[in-house]
Design a protein around this ligand. Structure first.
Ligand SMILES: Nc1nc2c(ncn2[C@@H]2O[C@H](COP(=O)(O)OP(=O)(O)OP(=O)(O)O)[C@@H](O)[C@H]2O)c(=O)[nH]1
Ligand SMILES: [Mg+2]
Length: 639
């Protein structure tokens, strides 16, 4: 059956809790102090089964001092039950709660004129007119949302309220149980024999017994030992249900209202968000850099507001924002810096309250939970006001494009959109001009840029380092710092396949272009090569050969490196270098020696080759490494 959350709203003492009790039989005032004072202090809960829907009620306090508690309850509701006492009419918290519902984009609900038994028909008629006037043009406009007179005391109108609620619940779109789950925590307690229990409204997805969950922002993990919905144990709670979870592996004092439970290992809490925000008509102008209370679902932190512009801004490149304040009734785009990290996703709604006096001044929608720091305000303003107007697929594409050469990993796409990876993978083909390389999503343009820049970077390197036979891959990678390793590898492989670059060991080069020597370098190279070629195994010290050259030490060293790379010279130890041919001859000689004797010792080796012990040992060790010989005690077996 469909599950729908109904929140109450309205001024203190207007009969919200009494109405919920008359409807459900449950007293949502659960605190001793509430019963004593006869007012609601914190949110309370009740439930009711109606034909076609299960309603979970969140009853909120009307007292102006407890609006923050009201906010903790109202965040996840589907329908609002606006309560106005017939004997009092519209009062300050009727307005404030109603403003909050509008700012949170609550789309459905009804109005109940309670305490109808307290007034005569004429007064009821006047209040109804006042309420209709108040609601005109809003989502609760009497033209399409019911206004029902009722009394919790006499029971009058209760059946009408139930009927209308059932109808509204049937119309309300079902929340997405297949999405990734999030549960903003509104209560934490421990129960004897059970341990830690948290409750909240499951705003999306589903959570099952034995599931591993992550606590945000702390990052702790816990295991779901048990799930309850409306006091009944179940295997799985679904979006739109009031949910209680019994958690293993976490203590009560590690959890508090305002934290969020979510699927483990996918999300990251954020300290900076880009938003669209609207200021209430009743608010004072909002100055840039103002500090305010920020409420989203059950969380509450302080936020500094950096105004970026008005929502209809169409900034020209380079244009700066002139407006440094937002006027009452205006909507703008802004960056919020939060005092503590909060788990938020695009589309989440929030409320802003002034620091002092604490009144609701506005609210809006989260557009980007991982905004880029580097962009100018004006660029950011156009970017996010664009986001405010687009579909999830379009906004994902915009985010990917905005990340340029770096692109966005699939994991980042999940963390910053809340969309499951499988869904994102399905979306990719429809994103247009977006490509997937390994696990990274990139704008086609960015990918093209990387592809076309690689040969140029290598070409330039080889031009600047003519003695280098190519560019080291790691160095090339370093030049494209933005590009993620898996993209770099894939693009390089592609460019090599296309024959635009060539790979030699760990060097990349322009096809066919090795080291390019100048005259005196070529001459030096020949001198070195000749010196070793003619020396056979009785090689000169490398440093003596280099000292005799015309070129400076650094260049001489590069030429040697080149000869070693080309395998003309082979280095057996520091300052001990042989010509390839000399070593090949030695190898052949060992073959001949084997026909004479299967073994050879150092003395015989010295005799055979005419070298001193200083050279004999490294040469024999080289032969061992080359598997021409194998050392057995003091002798070597020729293989
Ligand atoms: N006569 C009459 N009294 C009512 C009715 N509904 C509520 N009351 C009385 O009005 C008082 C306040 O009712 P509550 O239901 O606690 O009001 P509330 O809106 O929940 O108040 P807060 O939660 O503190 O904002 C109580 O004394 C109720 O008995 C009604 O329909 N008729
Ligand atoms: Mg109450």
């Amino acid at each position: 059956m469909k599950s729908v959350i109904v929140g109450t709203a309205g001024h203190i003492d207007h009969g919200k809790t009494s109405l919920v009790k008359a409807l459900t039989g449950i007293d949502a005032d659960r605190l001793e102090e509430e019963k004593r004072r006869g007012i609601t202090i914190d949110i309370g809960f009740a439930h009711l089964e109606l034909p076609g829907a299960r309603l979970g009620f969140v009853d909120v306090p009307g007292h102006e001092r407890f609006v923050r508690n009201m906010l903790a309850g109202i965040g996840g509701i589907d329908l609002v039950l606006l309560v106005v006492a017939a004997d009092e009419g519209i009062k300050p918290q009727t307005r404030e709660h109603f403003d909050i519902c509008r700012l949170l984009a609550v789309r459905r609900g009804m109005t109940v004129l309670t305490k109808a038994d307290m007034v005569d028909r004429e007064t009821l008629g006047v209040v109804r007119m006042e309420v209709e006037e108040f609601l005109r043009g809003s989502f609760l406009d009497a033209a399409h949302a019911p206004i029902v007179a009722a009394s919790a005391t006499t029971g009058q109108g209760m059946e009408d309220v139930k009927r209308e609620l059932a109808r509204l619940a049937a119309e309300a779109p079902a929340r997405d149980s297949s999405a990734l789950f999030r549960l903003p925590i509104d209560r934490v307690f421990s129960m004897k024999g059970f341990g830690t229990v948290v409750t909240g409204t499951l705003i999306s997805g589903a959570v099952s017994k034995e599931e591993e969950v992550e606590v945000f922002p702390s990052g702790q993990r816990a295991r779901v030992r048990g799930v309850q919905v409306h006091d009944q144990p179940v295997e799985r709670a679904l979006a739109g249900q009031r949910t209680a979870l019994n958690l293993a592996g976490i203590e009560k004092d590690q959890l508090t209202r305002g934290m969020t439970l979510a699927a483990a290992g996918l999300f990251r809490p954020t300290l900076r968000i880009d938003v669209s925000l609207s200021l209430l008509d009743s608010a004072r102008p909002l100055k840039d850099r103002s500090r305010v209370h920020f409420h989203a679902y059950t969380s509450e932190v302080v936020a500094e507001i950096v105004l970026l512009g008005h929502d209809d801004y169409r900034l020209q490149p380079g244009e700066q924002i002139i407006a440094k304040e937002l006027a009452p009734g205006e909507t703008g785009v802004a960056r919020l810096r939060l005092s503590e990290p909060v788990l938020l996703l695009p589309g989440d709604r929030f409320i802003l309250r002034q620091l002092s006096p604490v009144v609701t001044i506005g609210g809006g929608e989260v557009l980007d939970v991982a905004p880029q720091e580097s962009r100018s305000h004006s660029a950011e303003a156009s970017f996010i006001s664009g986001l405010a107007r687009c579909s999830p697929a379009e906004s994902l594409r915009a985010r990917i494009t905005a990340r340029g050469d770096r692109g966005m990993t699939l994991a980042e796409a999940v963390a910053t959109t809340g969309i499951r990876q499988a869904e994102i993978e399905k979306l990719i083909p429809s994103l247009g001009s977006t490509r997937r390389v390994a696990n990274v999503l990139l704008a086609e343009l960015a990918l093209g840029n990387i592809e076309s820049s690689l040969p140029g970077v290598v070409e330039q390197f080889q031009r600047q380092n003519p003695l280098a036979p190519g560019m080291n891959i790691q160095e090339l990678r370093g030049r494209l710092r933005e590009v993620l390793p898996e993209v770099f590898d894939a693009v390089l492989a592609q460019v090599i396949r296309e024959g635009k670059l060539e790979l030699l060991g760990d060097l990349v080069r322009v096809p066919g272009r090795g080291a390019q020597l100048r005259d005196e370098e070529s001459e030096s190279k020949e001198i070195i090569e000749r010196a070793f070629a003619t020396a056979g195994l009785k090689v000169p010290a490398l440093k003596d050969v280099l000292a005799s050259l015309k070129v400076d030490r650094a260049r001489a060293q590069k030429i040697v490196t080149l000869l070693l790379r080309e395998r003309v010279l082979v280095k057996l130890a520091d300052d001990l270098v042989f010509h390839r041919h000399a070593l090949e001859q030695l190898r052949a000689r060992m073959g001949e020696e084997k026909t004479r004797s299967p073994q050879i010792d150092v003395a015989r080796f010295k005799e055979l080759t005419g070298v001193s012990r200083k050279y004999a040992i490294p040469l024999l060790e080289w032969l061992d490494r080359e598997r021409v010989t194998r050392r057995v005690g003091d002798v070597r077996v020729i293989l």
